[in-house]
Design a binder for this molecule. Structure first.
Ligand SMILES: [Mg+2]
Length: 350
């Protein structure tokens, strides 16, 4: 088949938290082929990456053949190379991610198989989910057995707050559950060492994004000081080239690439190849969404998927129709062709 149409759209979100996400949250990429099949992808970078796709990537994709995974890899390499002067990381690669996922969706639909089958033999059934967010009571009610709570550093009183939250999480979720903490780059080296000491009784599985992605050496040194808790991160790193740097610096115990930001399934598979060489576990960021989930079930990613249920009673945008639901703390991709989802027309403004 040949690519006949490429379009990126910034959805008309109603409930995005005010932050960089207001204008630069997730985009939808729609790619159509001359056989009538349509592929949908999900990328980051918002209004800016819509411009990257519609003004630059589109002209590089129109008329190109798509028959095999190798074709997707070649298209990926070409888009990466052509955007290199303004890209390599950040918005251009977030845009590339949306295109890559739309190409995987399109190829899988044309072969009438789910994307996970195109990736490789499926190695996992149901995947255990962990719930990220502040509403631990609600997550426990829903049957989750793993939970990650956010903790942002503001000052000294945050040591006590961290202990209280860890205690609540451990008591609510139970002794056998997984408990993790995401600091969103707000701790520093000393805070992380001290947190490891005072949270020792709560058996925290990982501390996520304790430093910024540029502080690889600091994260590498921390690994020894916080054991057995793992130093995790990677949602703000991009492509196999970025993860090669993490690997060669021994910076992280566990990698969390975001498949809709790091370069799609194509980059995800290349990152997994590096992880295998270095014996690093991989738990994709937001892995309970179909884009990460299809990769998880057909690769050596850990059998653990992040979902963000929000807070009980709070309104949410439902962008994708057809997403699999979490049942009893577990999730499994549907057997629909492609990723099995279509964008909600109510949120699509063209
Ligand atoms: Mg995070």
């Amino acid at each position: 088949m040949k690519i006949t149409s490429v379009q990126a759209i910034y959805p008309d979100y109603k409930h995005v938290p005010p932050s960089w996400r207001t204008h630069f949250w997730q985009i939808v990429v729609r790619i159509e082929a001359d056989n009538g099949f349509v592929g949908y992808g999900y990328g980051g970078g918002g209004q800016a990456s819509v411009q990257v796709v519609n003004l630059h990537f589109r002209e590089l994709l129109l008329g190109k053949s798509l028959e095999t995974i190798q074709d997707i890899e070649q298209l990926w390499d070409n888009l990466y190379f052509e955007s290199l002067p303004y890209g390599r990381k950040g918005i251009a690669v977030m845009a590339l991610s949306g295109v890559d996922l739309a190409l995987w969706d399109l190829l899988a639909k044309s072969e009438n198989v789910p994307v996970y089958q195109l990736i490789g033999p499926r190695s996992k059934g149901d995947v255990k989910c962990y719930a990220t967010g502040p509403d631990v009571d609600w997550y426990s009610e829903q049957g989750f057995k793993a939970h990650k709570f956010p903790h942002r550093w503001h000052g000294e009183s945050d040591y006590e707050i961290a202990v209280q939250r860890a205690n609540t999480a451990r008591e609510t979720m139970g002794p056998d559950s997984l408990i993790m903490i995401d600091t969103y780059m707000s701790w520093n080296y000393e805070v992380t060492v001290e947190m490891a000491r005072i949270l020792n009784d709560y058996d925290i599985y990982w501390f996520e994004d304790v430093l910024t992605p540029d502080e690889l050496e600091g994260q590498s040194r921390l690994r020894e000081h916080v054991k057995p808790t793992l130093i995790s991160g990677g949602e703000h790193e991009f492509t196999q080239y970025g993860f090669e740097q993490i690997a060669s610096n021994n910076a992280l115990d566990l990698w969390q690439p975001d498949i809709t930001w790091c370069g799609g399934i194509t980059a995800g598979l290349r990152i997994l190849g590096i992880a295998l060489d270095y014996n690093i576990p991989v738990v994709p960021h937001r892995g309970g969404e179909v884009w990460g989930l299809h990769l998880i079930v057909s690769s050596h990613c850990d059998s653990l998927a992040e979902v963000l249920p929000g807070v009980k009673g709070q309104a949410k945008d439902i962008l994708w129709i057809g997403e699999p639901q979490v049942i009893d703390g577990h999730i499994s991709p549907t057997e629909e062709p492609g990723f099995g989802v279509t964008p909600n027309p109510k949120l699509m403004r063209v």
